[in-house]
Design a protein around this ligand. Sequence first.
Ligand code: XBP
Ligand code: MG
Length: 252
Amino acid sequence: MSELRALLFDVDGTLAETEEVHRQAFNAAFATAGLDWVWSKDLYRELLGVTGGKERIRHYLDTRRPDFHGPDDMAAFIANLHQTKTTIYTDRVAAGGVAPRPGVRRLLAEARAAGLRLGIATTTTPDNVTALLKANLAADAESWFEVIAAGSMVPNKKPAPDIYFYAMEHMGVEPAACLAFEDSENGLIAARAAGLKTLVTVSDYTQRHDFSGAALLLDQLGEPDRPFQVLAGEVNGASYVDVDLLRRVHAR
Ligand code: XBP
Ligand code: MG
């Protein structure tokens, strides 16, 4: 059994509850472009089954707006719309529109102090990650992570394992030496397909997902004064996630 050496983090829903800000940014981008498309929370919950914002817009058009006749170059049209969405999203995040989930700041600090290596593996756009880390962790928080594997750096987004393989290759670590952190079914499928044990913290938009196969399933990472709720798995009496618990989960 390999020793635990590296932690690989998803971003949206895992480090912070960002999806509601994403949803609002999509709607604001649609309005800016003069489109009458409005993604309700219920619709967005369904659309989240498709990872990646550009892919999500295309899926929406294919399934909900088959009558929409856009310009000949639909790829460019969607890319442009998505760029507007990214600008709106990053502006809102930079203005303090989201906060880290409970335990995230503390666990990252403890992991760094314990010499664990850190990486990010996400389907979101790289600019979104930068904005989130800077606004919520520290001006130099990007440097805490050896790799920020994000968005279109790989051809296939989650649930494909590609982004996890990319991150591990960049770090020179084997799956057996890592633990992944996810909040969604697609993320869990991706991490497991990459051979990773995965700790899942359920998020606002992923309550009804199937998380069988998670090494540990919690409502959140927890803090000393804010215990987590265990939804599945063994925590040996712990009430918040610390490095010691991570080592035990990894060793099982
Ligand atoms: C996150 C996503 C992303 C964001 C939007 O999934 O699916 O598409 O919703 O980001 P995960 P972009 O947490 O599994 O990485 O619009 O930049 O794609
Ligand atoms: Mg996620």
